[in-house]
Design a protein around this ligand. Structure first.
Ligand SMILES: Cc1cc2nc3c(=O)[nH]c(=O)nc-3n(C[C@H](O)[C@H](O)[C@H](O)COP(=O)(O)OP(=O)(O)OC[C@H]3O[C@@H](n4cnc5c(N)ncnc54)[C@H](O)[C@@H]3O)c2cc1C
Length: 445
C-alpha cells in the first residue's frame, strides 16, 4: 500500500507533491490536468513559493510582471504588479516540475474512493486510455479543487457569484497592464498586452445573467457598458476573439478538512473570493503548510490529533481572515452601496459557522506548532489578534521565558539571555512585548 496518495493536478496537488519530494517523502499523484481555459493573475508571493520549491518550468512561463491599475471608489491607484498566466499552460508546466522532482505521476480521472477494512483507501481511477485502475493508499491528500467530493457539509458558504470572461483583439497596444474597476452591478478585472489582445472578466450576481435570458455574451456586454475607465484604457475597438466563458464563484469553507486518513489542500479545503487574487497563493501556502502535518501523520502517528488540530485551525483562521479582508475591500467601494451586488458582498458571513472561542485577554496556552518539520504542542501566547498563538519574539521562546520568570530565577535581560543563550536586547524586546500583553511586570530594559 502507498503511504500517501495526492489526488488532483492543479497548483495545490503539484506544489504539495514537490514540497513532499523535497523532504524525501514518498509520493504518488493521480490527477486529470485542467483543460478549461482561464486567465489568472498571480502575485510575487506565489513566485517566491515557486522559487522556494524549485519550480523552474512554471517560473520560465511567467515572463515579466504586468503593471497593475485599480480603480475603486473613484480612485485610481497603481499597485504592485502581478503575473498573468494561462492556467492550462501554467498547470501543465507545474506538472513537468512534479516529474522533474522525481514524483510518480499518473494522468487519471478519479472515479471512486472506498475505505478498506484496514482503514486504508482504495481509489478507482480511469487512466489516459480509459482503462479502470485501482490504487491503495494509507493517507489521501485531496487536492481536486472546489469540485472535490465533500466529506461533510460546508462550515461556511458566501453568496454565489459568477465570473464572465471574454478575450478581445484590437485593444490599444500598451505595456502589459491589468486593470480592476468597480461598477454598479459588480467589478471587472482585465489585462491588455502590447499586441492589443485583451481579456476582460466581470464578476456579477447570477441575476445579471438571468436578466438577459442566460446569454453570456449579452451579460458580458451589459457589464462592459457600465465600465468607464477600463474602456478608456483599452480603446473602443475591441473585437471579440471567442465567446464568453462563465465560472462560478463562492467563498466557502468545507466541513471535515482533515480526518481519519485524509486531509484537504487548496480549493478542496476552502475557496476565496477572487477579488483577492489569492487562490493560487492559498494553494501554494496550504501545500507548504501541509508538509509537516503529513510528516507527523506518517512518522509520528501517536501525534495525529495534534497534527489534525494544527491543520484545521490554520485553515479556519486563514479562511476567516480572507473573508473579512474581501468584505472590507468591497465595503471600501461606497458609490454603489445600495445596489444588490454591493449589498450582498458587504454582508458579514453567517456568524455561527465561523464562530470561534474569543480570547478576551492575551494568555499562555498550549497549541500545536511546527518544530523541526513536525507538529508538536508548545506553550504560546494566544490573543484575539493571534488566535493561533505567538511563540517567538525576536527569536525568544516566550513559553521558556515565562517558565524562567515564573521560577523567579534570573534578574534582568542579560541574566535571562545568559540562561537562554540569547542576546540581552532580544530578551528585553520579548519582555516588553509580554508587558504590553499584561503577561509580566518585569521591565524589559
Ligand atoms: C473566476 C475565478 C477567477 C480566479 N482568479 C484567480 C486569480 O486571478 N488568481 C488566483 O491566484 N486565483 C484565482 N482564482 C482561484 C484559483 O483558480 C484557485 O484558487 C486555484 O486554482 C486553486 O488551486 P487547486 O489546485 O486547489 O484547485 P484547481 O486549480 O481547481 O485544481 C484541481 C485539479 O484537480 C483536477 N481534478 C478535478 N477532479 C478530478 C478527478 N475526479 N480526478 C482527477 N483529477 C481531478 C482538476 O482537473 C484540476 O487539475 C480564481 C477563481 C475563479 C473561480
Amino acid at each position: 500500500m502507498n503511504p500517501l496518495l495526492i489526488l488532483g493536478a492543479g497548483p495545490a496537488a503539484s506544489l504539495l507533491a514537490i514540497a513532499l519530494a523535497r523532504h524525501d517523502m514518498p509520493v504518488l499523484l493521480i490527477g486529470r490536468p485542467r483543460t478549461a481555459p482561464a486567465v489568472e493573475g498571480l502575485s510575487q508571493r506565489v513566485v517566491e513559493a515557486l522559487k522556494q520549491l524549485g519550480c523552474h518550468e512554471a517560473l520560465a512561463l511567467l515572463g515579466p510582471r504586468w503593471h497593475r491599475v485599480s480603480s475603486w471608489n473613484a480612485q485610481e491607484v497603481e499597485m504592485n504588479g502581478e503575473f498573468v498566466v494561462d492556467r492550462v499552460a501554467f498547470d501543465a508546466a507545474l506538472l513537468r516540475d512534479v516529474k522533474a522532482a522525481g514524483v510518480e505521476l499518473h494522468d487519471g480521472l478519479v472515479r471512486e474512493l472506498e475505505r478498506g477494512e484496514d482503514g486504508g483507501w482504495c481509489v478507482r481511477w480511469e487512466d489516459g486510455e480509459g482503462r479502470l485502475q485501482r490504487t491503495e493508499a494509507a493517507l489521501l491528500a485531496e487536492c481536486r479543487g472546489h469540485t472535490a467530493p465533500k466529506m461533510a457539509p460546508d462550515r461556511c458558504a458566501g453568496p454565489t457569484l459568477v465570473s464572465l470572461g471574454r478575450t478581445f483583439d484590437g485593444a490599444r497596444p500598451q505595456p502589459r497592464t491589468t486593470f480592476i474597476e468597480s461598477f454598479p452591478s459588480g467589478w471587472a478585472w482585465g489585462g491588455v498586452d502590447p499586441q492589443g489582445r485583451a481579456h476582460i472578466q466581470v464578476v456579477v450576481q447570477p441575476a445579471s445573467v438571468a436578466a438577459v435570458g442566460g446569454d453570456l455574451d449579452l451579460a458580458h456586454a451589459a457589464a462592459l457598458a457600465q465600465l468607464t475607465r477600463l474602456p478608456r484604457r483599452f480603446g473602443m475597438q475591441l473585437k471579440p476573439a471567442g465567446t464568453t466563458r462563465a465560472r462560478g464563484i463562492q467563498a466557502a469553507l468545507r466541513g471535515g478538512v482533515v480526518g481519519d486518513g485524509y486531509l484537504r489542500v487548496g480549493d478542496a479545503a476552502y475557496t476565496c473570493d477572487p477579488l483577492s487574487g489569492h487562490g493560487m497563493f492559498e494553494a501554494a501556502s496550504g501545500a507548504i503548510a501541509a508538509v509537516p502535518v503529513i510528516n507527523t501523520l506518517l512518522r509520528r502517528p501517536a501525534q495525529t490529533a495534534v497534527a489534525q488540530r494544527y491543520l484545521r485551525e490554520r485553515i479556519e483562521t486563514v479562511f476567516a481572515s480572507r473573508v473579512e479582508a474581501a468584505r472590507q475591500h468591497y465595503a471600501a467601494e461606497t458609490h454603489w452601496s445600495d445596489e444588490p451586488f454591493w449589498r450582498q458582498v458587504t454582508q458579514p458571513p453567517v456568524a455561527s459557522s465561523l464562530a470561534r472561542a474569543s480570547v478576551a485577554a492575551a494568555t499562555f496556552a498550549t497549541r500545536p506548532v511546527v518544530e523541526d518539520g513536525f507538529i508538536v504542542e508548545r506553550r504560546v501566547v494566544v490573543s484575539a489578534e493571534h488566535p493561533r498563538g505567538v511563540r517567538f519574539i525576536d527569536g525568544i521562546d516566550l513559553g521558556r521565558l515565562d517558565e524562567l520568570l515564573q521560577a523567579g530565577a534570573p534578574a534582568g535581560p542579560s541574566d535571562i539571555g545568559h540562561h537562554l543563550h540569547a542576546p540581552a536586547d532580544a530578551v528585553a524586546r520579548a519582555l516588553r512585548w509580554l508587558q504590553a500583553q499584561s503577561l509580566t511586570t518585569r521591565v524589559g530594559h
